[in-house]
Design a protein around this ligand. Structure first.
Ligand code: GCB
Length: 599
């Protein structure tokens, strides 16, 4: 009896400990948007590191940087004498011993600060994969979970005059209840992978705002502004000089103001990616942004951009610089990936399978590429773990907060290849969909599914989660993982959602560039010809799809994936790219680019 009780008490204690640990990772952070237009001091550059494969640094309390006090003392760690890594940047590609590393690396940076009256200071991270514990001058200031979204901590009362030491414990171990979970088909690039900086603000500052066209309208903006700080009743002005717009409103005592104005906008579109300079001003702050205005809707079984039907000519992209084989983060990296998408003839990029950097979104926006913005809710997620829905919600909030003023972002993609048989999957994803809609009702929402039936040359599309998706997004690899069951041009479709647009969000197959001498009718030869044939067949099959509103090959460039272990052809690369990691176009590229030219 007693044993049983002890067990229960022990379990309860573990639960409480877990909840405390988790709350720690979800610590409230400010959500200041558009950090690039703030008073930002970069902390990018060389950071000293300690590699901690066993995780003992927690026990040794590395963040305290202890020094020997007396002659008999010694300390079994030091940043001095060790390596340095570039921030931003994944750690895997910066040191050979970190190539496959999934564990802890401690990062250290010193900075000098001059305190100023009436100013507040925030520490900003564009992204850290996956867990970050942040210490300033030996004191923990917060934690964050999730590898692809930004976070910030206020350090106004913690920063010292003069020299300060920042230590960040970064851990990229896979977690059963992480997002993504433990299995995924891309390289788990760890580290401080995006920009880091200090942001100085006035006491009351413009924290966030939403300035986009009202759903269905081409000239009415419906949005809001949120201030942060004590003096919350303030006059707010929104200026768009090019349109002679000077809109005024006032915040309430929570620092919140609704915004509503109209103008004759030149609308943002792939043909004319018009972006306006917008100034958002309060009595104590001013922020500049570049904002485009467009409408995106589903009506019946079609997608409409600015009230005109549009076919989504898309391509999947992972956030990897193909030439360096490292996590992409810069404008230049974005340029490599997006220029190739443009050249293929795309009007949309599916940024798989997690939110890419702001550079990707902003560059895509300038180039006239719509963006499919996706959460890493990928395949085997432990929806029944009580922490998982909270993490999903947190990530959703961070993604939507960051990207909601980007006209390019047309679709919030909330999940990829989840399974209706996974406990709690529907409840968790339906609730997430509702939360997404409540945050932003102006964009489309998608759930990508790959569990359709395919037999007798007929697809059966049934998953009830599509009810909550504006489009029926299907991943199918007919011709690669599943052989064709008949003539592609005779394919039949039974779709339980006959009134929704259908989007083939993934299809394709593997080929090693330049591998052209072996017979091309055998998958196991990994020839360009075999991949090319898949594309030819797919293009024929597309004609059979009712309500087809777009297609999206997997994937633009070959990319690193450790689960791809065929050492003759794959060598650690997923070879479904239309282009090799060296920039060489495969035969399938030309099939796809011809298809897009004809659309
Ligand atoms: C999929 C996944 C994608 C994989 C791809 C593949 O269905 O969504 O992440 O990388 O298949 O290559 O198998």
């Amino acid at each position: 009896m007693n044993k049983k009780r002890n067990k229960i008490v022990f379990k309860k204690k573990i639960l409480v400990a877990l909840i405390i640990l988790f709350c720690n990772y979800l610590q409230a952070q400010t959500a200041m948007v558009n950090v690039q237009s703030r008073n930002l001091t970069s902390l990018n550059g060389k950071w000293k590191v300690i590699i901690d494969p066993t995780g003992i640094g927690d026990w040794r309390q590395v963040w305290q940087e202890k020094k020997p006090q007396k002659k008999t003392d010694f300390v079994e760690y030091s940043f001095e004498g060790g390596p340095e890594l570039d921030v931003p940047g994944d750690f895997n590609t910066q040191m050979p011993e970190l190539t496959y590393f999934e564990g802890t690396v401690w990062y250290k940076k010193q900075f000098s600060h001059t305190k100023r009256e009436d100013k507040r200071l925030f520490l900003y991270f564009g992204a850290v994969n996956y867990l970050a514990d942040v210490y300033l001058n030996g004191e923990k200031i917060g934690s964050h979970e999730g590898g692809f979204t930004p976070f910030q901590f206020e350090i106004t009362n913690k920063v010292k005059e003069g020299n300060n030491t920042l230590i960040v414990k970064v851990n990229n171990q896979r977690k059963e209840n992480g997002l993504p979970g433990v299995g995924y088909d891309w390289l788990n690039f760890g580290g401080i992978t995006r920009d880091v900086g200090l942001i100085e603000t006035n006491n009351v500052f413009i924290e966030d705002y939403f300035i986009q066209l009202k759903k269905g309208s081409l000239n009415n903006v419906l949005g809001w502004v949120q201030l942060n700080g004590a003096k919350t009743n303030q006059k707010i002005t929104i200026k768009i000089p090019e349109l002679n717009l000077n809109y005024k409103t006032k915040t309430d005592d929570k620092g919140f103001a609704n915004i509503e104005f109209s103008s004759k906008f030149t609308l943002w579109s792939p043909e004319n990616p018009k972006i306006y300079k917008v100034a958002i001003e309060s009595e104590t702050d001013a922020v500049d942004d570049n904002i485009g205005f467009r409408s995106i809707e589903v009506k019946g079984s079609e997608i409409f951009l600015n009230k005109k039907p549009i076919f989504l000519k898309a391509v999947n992209i992972h956030e990897e610089n193909p030439f360096k084989g490292s996590r992409a983060f810069s404008k230049e990296d974005a340029g490599i990936l997006l220029n190739a998408a443009k050249e293929l003839g795309c009007n949309l990029v599916r940024l798989a399978h997690y939110p890419h950097s702001e550079n990707m979104i902003k560059e895509a926006e300038k180039m006239g590429l719509m963006v499919w913005d996706e959460l890493p809710i990928y395949q085997h997620i432990k929806f029944s773990d009580s922490l998982v829905p909270k993490k999903m919600e947190m990530m959703l909030k961070e993604m939507v907060t960051r990207d909601k003023n980007r006209a390019a972002v047309a679709i919030w993609s909330l999940s990829n290849e989840t399974y209706s048989s996974t406990p709690n999957r529907n409840d968790a994803l339906i609730s997430l969909t509702q939360k997404c809609k409540a945050m932003d009702s102006t964009r489309l929402i998608s759930h990508v599914i790959n569990t359709q039936g395919y037999g007798d040359n007929t697809f059966t599309v049934r998953d009830s989660l599509y009810k909550y998706s504006d489009i029926v997004a299907i991943n199918e690899y007919i011709g690669w993982y599943i052989p064709w069951q008949g003539k592609p041009s005779d394919t039949k479709w039974e779709i339980d959602f006959p009134n929704k647009p259908v989007f083939i969000s993934e299809f394709g197959g593997e080929a090693l560039y330049g591998n052209n001498d072996l017979p091309s009718d055998e998958a196991s030869n990994w020839t360009e010809g075999y991949q090319e044939q898949i594309y030819k067949d797919q293009v024929k099959m597309f004609k059979t799809i009712p309500n087809l509103a777009g297609v999206c090959p997997w994937i633009l460039f070959d990319y690193k994936s450790l689960s791809r272990m065929n050492q003759i052809y794959q060598n650690g690369y997923n070879r479904k790219g239309l282009i090799s990691e060296n920039g060489e176009k495969k035969k399938a590229w030309y099939i796809m680019s011809r298809y897009y030219k004809g659309k």
